[in-house]
Write a new protein. Structure first.
Length: 480
């Protein structure tokens, strides 16, 4: 009996058979990504299947997992345009299988997986023109990467005293009104407080107003505050604006401030011939936070913090108690350990799927796909501009197009509701999945194209369907 008390299968052949079936089902799911509905909510009976008491005895759950496959958020479908999601790749399924089989912990020590992460960090240095002695860490996403970066910025300005004393007094930082909420949340988590994040107005291109930024820094200094960081954005949430990174780098330099860039989806644009010129200033940042799971389509989740000063990065997090002591040889070698660069000790092998994505597809193709998405957003903007009843609400600097449906016969005070309703019907009917946002107080249909499966025809269809559904809603409400 005690011999059977293990989590390994009692019948390996049966396990192998069901594993092969699961793999086939997973590949079929990816192969059919273009077919069928975009979003398919989980049916009631399946929801029921995921409620129940804590299982005291085990059972085979392969079929239940397989049945879950079609009920994702929809981001593997070419007409998923909501928020900013990557589309994933079939090749990453293999990386995840390998990583699960190795079951590696990348907190530290000297083992195979660590070398894969080192390679990914090295490739990222090359992409962003960072020095060879800079440091990087793969994390779950840009939110955590931002936390790591701004903690380093905070600790550096207090000469690392804030690590012991807690809340540093009167620190303030700067970003634009277009910033992602993760920046304010980081100020909150770090004990600096979200009020200390100054949101600087933007220009007509939705880029930070650098003159207003300089003025704000001067005023804060005069009022006795201690400015410590400027957070630029390479791809802002609403319209995809790229701040003038060169100018932000120069202001940061003049003012002796940390220059961090949130490049969650935009930073990988460095691989695109179209976007690279606009992103050159990235190489001057003190830190860059970005995602692999957005425009590089690594299957969720994976992001990175890249930091210019390895010394600052390590001094911000390094703690080596006796039980985690390093060594020159043996398994405890390979110092410094990744855990010295972030808050996590145990870390999974996300690096493998990132490495596999870059190695399998190459930066040329990944960059060309980014370029194509930008061209598609321009194409959509043109369609919107040329179609009766549509109004574009923002410039299209990258891959996001914001517009609304507002035909003359629609009641003026109901335009926002109309556009909400259009988006919900598109999603519920499984046709497409854009999201909404507010642009200058107007409710916009926001179409984000970070999708290697999207075709130009998908955008024709989108505009056609918005027109059809929009007119239907207008006539429905005229009747009631
Ligand atoms: C998605 C996003 C984030 C947050 O990244 P996560 O990977 O979701 O943590 C931050 N900033 C911008 C601009 C984003 O688009």
């Amino acid at each position: 009996m005690s011999k059977d008390l293990t989590l390994d299968p009692s019948d390996w052949d049966a396990f192998r058979a069901s594993a092969h079936e699961m793999l086939d089902a997973s590949i079929n799911q990816m192969m059919a990504a273009r077919e069928g509905r975009v979003w398919t909510p989980l049916p009631e009976d399946q929801k029921q299947g995921f409620t129940g008491p804590l299982p005291r005895e085990g059972r085979d759950v392969t079929n239940q997992m397989e049945a879950l496959l079609p009920h994702g958020v929809g981001n593997t479908h070419p007409r998923f345009f909501g928020w900013v999601h990557g589309a994933g790749t079939p090749s990453n399924i293999l990386a995840d299988i390998t990583a699960a089989a190795m079951n590696a912990n990348l907190g530290g020590r000297d083992h195979g997986a660590i070398y894969v992460e080192k390679q990914v960090v090295d490739w990222c240095r090359e992409i962003f023109g960072f020095p060879a002695d800079s440091s990087g860490l793969i994390v779950s996403g840009t939110s955590i990467a931002t936390l790591i970066a701004l903690k380093a910025a905070r600790d550096r300005i207090t000469d690392f005293e804030s690590r012991k004393t807690g809340r540093p007094e009167k620190l303030v930082g700067y970003t634009s009104t277009q910033t992602h909420t993760c920046v304010a949340r980081t100020f909150d988590i770090l004990g600096i407080g979200s009020d200390a994040l100054r949101k600087i107005p933007v220009n007509a291109q939705f880029e930070i107003d650098c003159d207003a930024l300089r003025t704000a820094i001067d005023e804060d200094r005069k009022a006795g505050f201690t400015p410590f960081v400027i957070v630029g954005t390479a791809g802002a949430v609403n319209v995809g604006a790229i701040d003038d990174l060169e100018q932000l780098a120069s202001i940061s330099n003049d003012q002796d401030l940390w220059f961090h860039v949130d490049g969650a989806f935009g930073a990988p644009g460095m691989l695109s011939d179209l976007l690279r010129p606009k992103l050159k200033g990235l190489s001057k940042a003190d830190s860059i936070a970005f995602d692999f799971h957005k425009w590089l389509h690594v299957n969720y989740d994976a992001g990175m913090i890249l930091m210019r000063s390895e010394d600052t990065h390590r001094r911000t997090f390094s703690e080596r108690p006796d039980y985690l002591k390093g060594a020159d040889r043996g398994l405890a070698a390979g110092n410094p350990w990744p855990t010295e660069y972030g808050p996590e000790l145990s870390r999974g092998f996300r690096a493998l799927k990132v490495w596999s994505q870059l190695a399998t597809h190459g930066t040329e193709k990944l960059g060309a796909l980014i370029t194509r998405n930008c061209e598609q957003a321009q194409y959509l903007a043109k369609l919107v501009d040329e179609t009766d009843g549509f109004e574009r609400l923002a410039p299209v600097p990258m891959q996001i197009c914001c517009f609304r449906f507002c035909p003359d016969d629609a009641p003026h005070d109901k335009i926002d509701l109309l556009n909400d309703e259009i988006v919900m019907r598109l999603q519920e009917d499984g046709i497409a999945a854009p999201s909404t946002t507010l642009i200058d107080g107007k409710n916009a249909i926001r179409v984000n194209i970070t999708n290697h499966r999207t075709t130009f025809e998908d955008l024709d269809l989108l505009v056609r369907e918005i027109n059809r559904i929009g007119r239907l809603i207008v006539s429905e409400s005229a009747e009631t």
